[in-house]
Design a protein around this ligand. Structure first.
Ligand SMILES: Nc1ncnc2c1ncn2[C@@H]1O[C@H](COP(=O)(O)OP(=O)(O)OP(=O)(O)O)[C@@H](O)[C@H]1O
Ligand SMILES: [Mg+2]
Length: 361
């Protein structure tokens, strides 16, 4: 995100009317998914930057209290969608509302209801943790009596209370990310947007941030909208939309998405991969392709298939792995490529290969 957008974001407060600041959320408030209007409603949303169609007509709803994830590779349109929902970019076409307010016509009302953690850090490094939070509280006109207790609450939640007076420049990357999450929560937003909340962090820090997020769900009545390209992270969501090339290609619970793929994934290392792919086609009628450096294909029951594979394939097999459908398989089945391949390539060549692989379906 560039500096200009950062400054727009920091000013995304309730304007001059302090009375409009939301009251702190009730701790432990229950989640009532079904009775309340949706937290986010999007229909026919499109965003073009010149010739680039970043978002190409997407529709979805996020229920109040839901944790909703956008899963997709680099350049899929995740951040662009978040920017539109947070009123930092205008849609080219279509409509979107957040907490019941239109993102174009009611920008201030939207901003009052949201918390935002950007993909790139926007903390002030020369201020301490508490100074960063106080500055944010002022921008959002959090009632002064509420600031100190709320600050304690959110800093405790992310485990930074003891380090609150240290300069942010002395924080580790994971601590900075946690402070940003605390800042996003300070004004008790109804909808929290997290754009790649754990990107670039080590697995331990990533999992501790997820502990905070899951804990948050039990304490605050909040809807969470996050983007990620980590499959394991997507598993934390109630529902996921898989987005690729600006379009939603699938949307459901992680379990339902995995069930929709159904098949086991088999990956084999062989002495001659090209010959193995040919033999799989001629002997078993299976179309295999190279993914992540291994011959990869799907079958109904991997364990039952492996003995046949050894009995009938003439190409020497060096290793075999069988896995149940994962979100990566869901991604592969809807987009024709694994998310890692898509991330690694970003080239038309890979897309063409993927399209050829997809051609079998
Ligand atoms: N301000 C801009 N001007 C021109 N093109 C843009 C702009 N912002 C985004 N894009 C383009 O829109 C497409 C979607 O970008 P976006 O940032 O939404 O992707 P993303 O899914 O968030 O990817 P990542 O995982 O890398 O963060 C990309 O092709 C990107 O180059
Ligand atoms: Mg992004």
């Amino acid at each position: 995100m560039d500096q200009q957008e950062a400054s727009v974001a920091t000013q995304a407060g309730p304007g001059t009317d302090g009375a409009d600041a939301p009251a702190p959320a009730q701790a432990g408030a229950g989640v009532q998914l079904e009775t309340r209007p949706p937290a986010v409603e999007v229909s026919g949303l499109t965003k073009s930057y010149g010739d680039i169609e970043a978002v190409r007509g997407i529709d979805f709803e996020v229920a109040a209290g839901e944790t909703f994830g956008f899963l997709g590779p680099n350049g899929a349109g995740k951040s662009t969608t978040i920017k539109i929902l947070c009123t930092l970019a205008r849609p080219t076409a279509g409509r979107a509302s957040v907490a019941g307010h239109d993102v174009v016509r009611e920008r201030d009302a939207v901003r009052r209801n949201i918390g935002l953690v950007f993909q790139d850090t926007t903390l002030d490094n020369y201020l301490s943790g508490t100074q960063n939070l106080r500055f944010h509280a002022e921008l959002y006109a959090v009632p002064s009596a509420a600031v100190e207790p709320r600050m304690k609450q959110v800093l405790d939640m992310v485990g930074l209370w003891d380090r609150r007076d240290s300069l942010v420049s002395t924080y580790s990357g994971g601590m900075q990310r946690r402070l940003e999450i605390a800042r996003g929560l300070l004004h008790a937003p109804h909808v929290l947007f997290l754009d790649e909340p754990t990107v670039g962090l080590d697995p331990q820090t990533r999992s501790s941030i997820w502990e905070y997020i899951n804990d948050l769900k039990t304490r605050e009545d909040i809807t969470i909208f996050l983007t990620t390209h980590y499959m394991d992270e997507a598993e934390h969501c109630d529902r996921i939309a898989i987005i690729d090339h600006g379009k939603i290609v699938a949307i459901d619970t992680p379990e339902a998405l995995k069930a929709s793929v159904g098949k086991d994934r088999v990956q084999i290392q062989t002495a001659d991969d090209a010959a193995a792919i040919r033999e799989l086609a001629s002997v078993f009628g299976i179309e295999a392709a190279m993914h992540e450096g291994a011959v990869t294909f799907s079958v109904e029951s991997g364990e039952e298939f492996v003995p046949q594979l050894f009995a009938r394939l003439t190409v020497p097999i060096r290793s075999v792995s069988v896995s149940r459908p994962s979100l990566d398989d869901v991604f592969m089945s809807y987009t024709g490529t694994t998310i890692r391949d898509a991330e690694a390539s970003g080239t038309d060549h890979m897309r063409q290969m993927a399209a050829r692989f997809r051609g079998r379906r």
